[in-house]
Design a protein around this ligand. Sequence first.
Ligand code: NAD
Length: 488
Amino acid sequence: MAQNGSQSYNGSSESVETRLFINGEFQPASGGKTFSLVNPFTRESVAEVSEASEEDTNKAVAAAKAAFPAWRDLSPSDRGAYLHKMAALIREHNDEFARLESLSTGKPVSMYIDAGAAAETFSYFAEAGWTVQGTSSLNTPGHLGLLVKQPFGVVACIIPWNVPLAFFAFKIAPALAAGNTIVLKSSEKAPLTSTLAARLIEKVGFPPGVVNVISGFGTPAGSTLASHMDVRCLSFTGSSVTGQKIQTAAAASNMKVVHLELGGKSPALIFDDADLESAAQQTQFSVQFLSGQTCMANSRIYVQESVAEKFLALFKEKFAAASLGNPLEKTTSHGPQVDELQYERVKSYLAIGEKDGKLSMGGDAKDGLFIRPTVFENVPEDSRIVKEEVFGPVVVINTFKTEAEAIEKANATEFGLYASVFTKDLDRAVRASKLLEAGTVGVNCTSPSKLNDLPFGGYKMSGIGREGYMHSLDAFLETKTIVIRASS
Ligand code: NAD
């Protein structure tokens, strides 16, 4: 297998791009360094991927900086034309993206929604550039005031591995529409959909340097971006621990604007008047989807005591129906955890759950890196499995007596990404929506349901800033006041 460049992967005759994309050219890492990507299902090598050094990262930022003035000065329609082409190419390559993600992360192809979401995002922002406008003021005598919105310059984007192509689009499409240029660093666990997307950037014909895509680790590539003096805005999705490091590095360097989309420990409250069948179906899917590896999974469920037995029976029956197997087969709905590290991490939480509470279904499948859909009951609220993000198909189901108790338990966390409430009582739904400390509250629905045109993001340690169509566009723009003195 070649060390760098297009190489065959996973024993197939197909080839995959594995190099860095800087200033419009694919290139190996400066020292020729690579890292191995391993298929979590077969445990075989998928590819050797170029690992960006500090020098490569600086080169990518310099290319983005040089490309900025010309890109900024294009009209929104001219920028949008590139984004339209990108949307079309992503749609064409849907199956290739699905296969690459499956080989790299174990994501079942049957659950692959990333390319559809990415294409829709590029299509939306292809048209959205014209909506960037300010306001004006004649309120101060002798002056005309203008508020204008302008791009930052170089925007760095750092993405996680669980839904990488969607995050690639959620970040770079609005940032480009706003007139910024980009350096994106993919996750070391899922670089290949970003390198394929870089191939499509090349095919679209974006001017060199407008979009640079690098593969590599948190250190040195990610940390170099976080502390870079020429990066004016950094948009990050990943864990809260990494978010803290990025915010610290940003503050210590040039105080770049930082958007943080971080982890969660999302509660779902099931009241005695809820449609239990629907609540069970939705809440089990939330925590089973992508083998529990989603930020907004409702990994804590609080059910009212009087209906707990009935809800648990329905929940477990549906949760157990997940079909574990080869992620490339269409009948598989539940893949392995993304890698050995993540599998071991989930197992360490299973041990905590067994010590502190009652394992009532599932556990380690003892078959490769698979964890079965797992339920713990009667776990004390201060247990680490109730407080910390597991990022696996593991849910704690506890009970409550009163509405006040349910809300208090739901809010007793440092996270605040998503919360949901299942009830037919409208007054209660409104009270709970107001009191739950979360960026999104679902009423009779839960994650992964979210609305593209409304903001998504976290309270507390789940993040800073919001993403979602117009909110994303605004997040990639600076605000300037122009004061014009004019005698009347
Ligand atoms: P992670 O924090 O380990 O890594 C995310 C990215 O940050 C990777 O590209 C990684 O290389 C990079 N990174 C690591 N250390 C860095 C550093 N010091 N400086 C700069 N970059 C660094 O997270 P992950 O394991 O890839 O993803 C899972 C996490 O992401 C979970 O906590 C999940 O909840 C969260 N997530 C949040 C959202 C959201 O929208 N809020 C969405 C998806 C995932």
